[in-house]
Design a protein around this ligand. Structure first.
Ligand code: ATP
Ligand code: MG
Length: 370
């Protein structure tokens, strides 16, 4: 092949590569991973020795490479930059030995130029993709917040409207029961009405706590006392289910200002979830501890754990993985409502088939704004 043929061939490869690159950017619809992996596929083919060429793209501290890039002896690189700020690089390399006759290689000027062009194009594509990604993320966040606010408002409204008629249903049912002179069937029916009303009232109460319609009674509270009280009632019941409860309580735990009933509710909801996640038994560890100017309440279990998908939704009101009738999906929404109103934070970590840990962090002093 004479030199002008060779140059022409290289030029064709180069143009082909650029063409494919622009197609990738278009087809990948700003999907970051697809753009990177397709670019890595395309680059080696544009080199003078495609069979020996490898490519690598580094963005921040993440490196994406073709399989044998690390064994390349001859490498050229070009920076990826946006607005003159470097954030990564594109590298092309040849594995050795390169040619039978020379062992040594120098990159053609065409190859160097191509690399520069690719880096420039890629910088633009990546910039566009990350702007798009950021936009999508913000949009989802916004939708999520809007939906939660909407559900909160709706729940508050429904709970409020239903509370009174429900109170009457319950009141009159109790009056009928008291009046006596009911036959067996009627007594049974009245009992059912009372039970169903009480159940509905519980749900309404949950909705009210979640949407912060319940007035708070803030007093000095020692979380250890709450743990003792709650576990006193449930400990024995769970032993028979193969569940051991371990307490690791900080004896020097300072008191906090909180609503005692609500704090008990938080603990009960977390423990109930843990118990449900351990149908064949396991361990629940309840920990209290002080960290700087906050106290933590931890409930840890050795249960089923959650997938990332479930984990992302657990605080959504009415989200449940339990069968119909077994869960309202309000437990953790209530926990979140309570913790928020105490200016606290919830940390969750979970691994499928290993277990789940909830940590409630509460400040020693609340903001006095509410
Ligand atoms: N400790 C845990 N281990 C595994 N999954 C959990 C745990 N805690 C919560 N989850 C998951 O989060 C979902 C939502 O929990 P949440 O307490 O809000 O509602 P629920 O328990 O389903 O119903 P409810 O509490 O109203 O009876 C559960 O259905 C379950 O999938
Ligand atoms: Mg629950």
């Amino acid at each position: 092949m004479n030199s002008s043929d060779f140059k022409l061939k290289e030029r064709v490869k180069e143009l082909n590569c650029l063409y494919k690159l622009s197609k990738v950017a278009w087809e990948a619809k700003n999907d970051f991973d697809v753009i990177i992996s397709k670019t890595l596929d395309i680059l080696p083919a544009a080199m003078q020795h495609p069979n020996l060429a490898e490519a690598s793209i580094t963005i921040h501290s993440n490196e994406y490479s073709t399989p044998k890039f690390s064994s390349c002896k001859f490498v050229i690189e070009s920076d990826l930059a946006v607005d003159k700020k470097k954030y990564g690089k594109v590298r092309i390399g040849y594995r050795s030995p390169l040619t039978k006759d020379s062992g040594k290689v120098s990159f053609l000027p065409e190859e160097k130029r191509l690399l520069k062009t690719v880096a420039r194009e890629l910088s633009l594509v990546i910039k566009r993709a990350s702007i798009e990604e950021e936009k999508q993320k913000l949009q989802t966040q916004l939708q999520h917040v809007e939906r939660l606010a909407f559900v909160g408002e709706l729940s508050a409204g429904i709970a409020h409207e239903l509370n009174e008629p429900l109170g009457r249903v319950l009141g009159f049912a109790q009056l009928i029961k008291k009046a006596g002179s009911l036959n067996e069937q009627q007594s049974e029916d009245i009992e059912r009405i009372i039970k169903a009303s009480l159940y509905s009232r519980e749900i309404i109460k949950k909705l009210m706590i979640f949407s912060r319609q319940m007035p708070q009674q803030i007093t000095k509270v020692n979380l250890n006392d709450i743990v003792h009280n709650i576990l006193y009632f449930i400990d024995v019941r769970f032993q028979s289910r193969g569940i051991t409860i371990i307490k690791q309580l900080d004896t020097a735990l300072p008191v906090i200002y909180a609503d005692e009933v609500q704090m008990s509710q938080v603990l009960v909801n977390l423990i109930t979830n843990s118990v449900y996640a351990m149908p064949t038994g396991g361990e629940i560890t309840v920990i209290t501890k002080k960290k700087e100017n906050q106290v933590s309440l931890v409930v840890k279990d050795t249960g089923t754990g959650m997938t990332a998908d479930v984990r992302n939704k657990i605080f959504e009101p009415f989200f449940t993985t339990k069968p119909v009738g077994q869960g309202t999906g309000l437990g953790l929404s209530v926990v979140q409502g309570i913790v928020d109103s105490h200016d606290g934070k919830i940390l969750v970590s979970s691994a499928v088939n290993k277990g789940t840990k909830f940590e409630i962090q509460l400040p020693l002093r609340q903001n006095k704004k509410k």
